[in-house]
Write a protein that binds this ligand. Structure first.
Ligand SMILES: Nc1ncnc2c1ncn2[C@@H]1O[C@H](COP(=O)(O)OP(=O)(O)OP(=O)(O)O)[C@@H](O)[C@H]1O
Ligand SMILES: [Zn+2]
Length: 797
């Protein structure tokens, strides 16, 4: 059966053009006749129609948790003011609500319906550009979330409330501009000031004050002191298109032949001005960022905007810095730590076309970049592009949808593309651009395996664990550090020991409100639940039988302690969610490692992201097996991605890199393929398996998750929903399957019982009627049971 990409499927509902109303001159909006009739009638009051000439009708999304678009009448005084994308105030229920005017509407069926009028238009120029309206409509339908809430969630605070735009005006943005090219020796003792100045220089000599203080706490005051010393100038900035601020930094003189070829193709694609999706599959360290930069440069030369999506800003300061130093103040950086006013400022600067490039995290897929020519999704395989609450969208998928709607070039970049993306390449939907070699012909790192089964102490009992740092690993570390080079140690588990087990009764210590083991955090001298945050003192005896407790399962904290014990001279830091408690700490730790003030970085998947540390020549995977056994059909893929990505941090400078992988499962498919540098082999094997079991990309999925106070009640709701689905199943030939209802892999979190149902089918269209049935049944579900529908779910836990 032909599989269709997400964006191939028509959005549900009709896509016919609304009849021209002749009043707004816009005919772009779609109406969905009848589909939400009962809701439309909520906004209408029944009365005899009196007016002679047909009234002008508007389709409005109301920022309330209700489905569908509502029809309102347009008072004559407002007719000339109305433009799609505007925020308006409308009567709703007994009060008023913020609404978004989406376009003219057809008269809803029903002769005697008198519609309520729009009360007020809140802004002159629309907050929402036209292409975003289409994207938000798609997101609401695809991920089954109320459109008004989708729109409100996409807007910066300030615009998401029913206030006039005039009241929502942001402050002028202050920029710090460096007046020197390097940190002068006179600042040697003023550590904080020199750090602020160093940051400024690193990002091209100019940056908004907000951004510097985001990276370096207290930087605002330090920059002002620097200004009083004449080293920095503080400017109030009006961002203007076409102005290049700061020094053009780090632009390589020559592209590699592969970069050049990819660049030529992208330039041609940009010149056509039509939608074209690409996968940029480049090995780690092949210089993908430079390809993005050149494409954005070309888009800019055509007067077009670019949108660059990255997994997590704090983890990718280098990428942000490269964009900032290339394009100066023409870049809006959108991250979660922005203050409300700043977010509003960036939104409006982009909306007005004053800033043409946006770099941001997944929510930036909704950024109002004007005249969008290019969308880049860096590290497109990264799970963080999927949002896991409220609107459960996949930003990479929406980026492709947006590109199609806007007629933009879309580049999905990764060293380890998602299988979904690879399949789209195979099907000819995406064009493939490859960078098979590292820049400057640097070699890929060598990857060696350390079999932990062999490293276990022979004379001990069978249960004895292998050493955390095996002799070969320790030797490699000492040798690397001896040469003055740096080491990354990767283990994807936080804490000191991850399991506390009674030696006598074998019972492990579990959280009282979650179905998971407590992790021992020695630095806090506590055991902590990683799901609900519950923490308590470490019990020295089993709570069941008072037997002595064994501490098993290593976490990053224990690895760090072990390194300090075995190599006392090494300067070691740990990078995980316990140590990087703020974006500032994170940035600072990465910067210190980059400045080579640290020798060893121990960390979770945070160390595996696109970092570019030329001093790192040795990467050690402390245990490759941790993510293999997770009950998720993507477990093997995730493991393979993580190992490949972390291995890719080695040997990016002039010295070649080496990777050591400790494992108990050398024969596990992802481990074996990583050791063999065999991306294609892994992908092929895994795709065959997915096909045989009908998992994505060979099927579409939706999960229905339940969470309830009472185990019995939750189970019975799950079974009830299961019955509804079973009764409405299309014929078997359609290929839709229901898995469950079943207790979720983690049966309880925060005291709530969890169940899930999984739907698989050939297309989203095949699943939609069943999901609609489930939604309709939710009105009868007791409020103690929370039900969530997740289309294209990310994690299965
Ligand atoms: N043409 C070039 N000549 C010299 N150096 C280059 C060139 N292009 C990129 N570089 C440098 O090569 C390094 C690696 O590039 P980059 O970080 O973009 O790799 P990447 O492909 O994104 O890798 P990863 O997938 O591991 O993040 C960077 O330090 C970059 O500045
Ligand atoms: Zn818990």
């Amino acid at each position: 059966m032909e599989q269709r990409a997400l964006w191939d499927e028509p959005a549900q509902g009709s896509s016919e053009e609304a009849p021209s109303s002749g009043s707004t001159g816009e005919r772009t909006s779609r109406v969905r006749p009848g589909r939400e009739l009962s809701l439309q009638q909520q906004a209408a009051t029944v009365a005899p129609a009196v007016s002679a000439s047909p009234p002008v009708l508007a389709s409005i999304a109301v920022a309330r948790p209700v489905r569908g678009e509502f029809t309102y009448s347009v008072p004559e005084s407002l007719v000339s003011q109305l433009a799609p994308g505007q925020r308006v105030l409308v009567p709703f229920g007994r009060g008023t609500a913020l609404g978004f005017y989406l376009g003219p509407a057809a008269r809803p069926p029903g002769e005697n319906v008198r519609l309520k009028p729009i009360q007020r238009v809140l802004e002159d120029s629309p907050s929402l550009p036209k292409d975003l309206i289409a994207l938000l409509r798609f997101a609401a339908e695809h991920y089954r979330y109320p459109l008004g809430e989708v729109i409100r969630g996409s807007l910066p605070p300030g615009l998401s409330k029913p206030v006039d735009e005039k009241e929502a005006k942001p402050d002028v943005q202050q920029f710090a501009v460096a007046l020197v090219n390097e940190v002068p020796p006179s600042l040697a003792r003023a550590h904080a000031q020199s750090a602020a100045l160093a940051y400024l220089l690193a990002v091209g000599g100019s940056a908004p004050l907000e951004e510097v203080s985001h990276a370096i706490p207290g930087a605002r005051a330090h920059l002002k002191s620097l200004a009083s010393k004449g080293l920095v100038r503080i400017e109030e900035k009006k961002l203007e298109a076409g102005v290049k601020e700061g020094l053009i930094q780090g632009r390589p003189d020559r592209l590699t032949p592969e970069q050049d070829a990819a660049g030529v193709t992208l330039r041609e694609a940009l010149d056509t001005g039509a939608f074209q999706p690409f996968l940029l599959h480049g090995v780690t360290g092949s210089g993908k960022t430079e390809v993005y930069l050149r494409a954005a440069e070309h888009a800019l030369s055509l007067g077009k905007g670019s949108l660059i999506l990255v997994p997590e800003i704090a983890l990718t300061p280098q990428l942000v810095g490269r964009f900032r130093s290339r394009f100066g103040s023409e870049v809006a950086v959108l991250h979660s730590a922005l203050k409300d006013r700043e977010r509003l400022f960036h939104w409006q600067a982009l909306r007005k076309g004053e800033v043409k490039i946006a770099v941001g995290v997944r929510s930036a897929v909704f950024a109002p970049v004007e005249n969008l020519g290019l969308i880049v999704v860096d590290e497109e395989h990264d799970p963080s592009f999927k949002q896991d609450d409220s609107l459960r969208y996949q930003a990479r998928d929406l980026a492709v949808v947006r590109g199609k709607q806007a007629g933009a070039v879309v580049v999905l970049g990764s060293a380890t593309p998602a299988l979904e993306t690879l399949e789209n390449v195979k099907k000819g939907r995406y064009r493939l651009l490859e960078l098979k070699r590292r820049v400057d012909d640097r070699p890929m790192p060598t990857i060696e395996m350390v079999d932990l089964r062999q490293e276990r102490p022979r004379d001990g009992m069978m249960t004895d664990e292998a050493p955390i740092l095996s002799p070969p690993l320790l030797a490699a570390m000492e040798e690397t550090l001896g040469r003055g080079q740096q080491v990354i140690l990767f283990l994807n588990r936080r804490g000191h020991s991850t399991v506390l087990l009674c030696e006598v009764c074998g019972v492990s210590l579990k959280c009282t409100s979650c179905d998971v083991c407590m992790t021992h955090h020695r630095s806090q001298n506590r055991v902590v639940c990683h799901y609900c945050g519950l923490a308590m003192p470490v019990p020295d005896r089993c709570l069941e039988c008072t037997g002595p407790m064994l501490k098993l399962g290593i976490g990053t904290e224990r690895v760090e302690a072990e390194v300090l014990e075995r190599i006392p001279t090494a300067r070691v830091a740990r990078l995980d969610r316990d140590s990087a408690t703020s974006a500032e700490k994170l940035t600072e730790m990465l910067a210190a490692f980059a400045r080579r003030e640290l020798d060893v970085l121990v960390g979770t998947q945070m160390v595996a992201k696109g970092h570019d540390f030329p001093g790192v020549t040795l990467v050690c995977v402390v245990m490759a097996d941790t993510s293999l056994a997770i009950p998720d059909f993507r477990a093997a893929e995730r493991t393979f991605h993580l190992l490949t990505q972390v291995a890719g941090r080695a040997g990016r400078g002039k010295d070649p890199g080496r990777v050591l992988v400790q494992t108990y499962n050398p024969d596990a498919e992802p481990v074996k393929r990583v050791l063999a540098h065999d991306f294609d082999g892994f992908a092929q094997q895994e795709l065959e398996w997915r096909k045989a079991l009908a998992y994505p990309p060979f099927a579409r999925m939706a999960s229905i998750r339940l969470e309830g106070e009472h185990p019995e009640q939750t189970a019975s709701v799950a079974r009830h929903l299961g019955n509804i689905i079973s009764r409405n199943m299309p014929p078997a030939s359609v290929g839709v399957r229901l898995l469950g209802p079943a207790v979720a892999p983690i049966a309880k979190i925060r005291g709530k019982t969890r169940w899930q149902l999984l739907l698989k089918g050939p297309t989203h269209v095949a699943l939609a009627p069943l999901l609609a049935r489930v939604e309709a049944a939710l009105v009868d579900v007791p409020s103690a049971v929370k039900v969530v529908i997740d289309v294209d779910p990310g994690a299965m836990l």
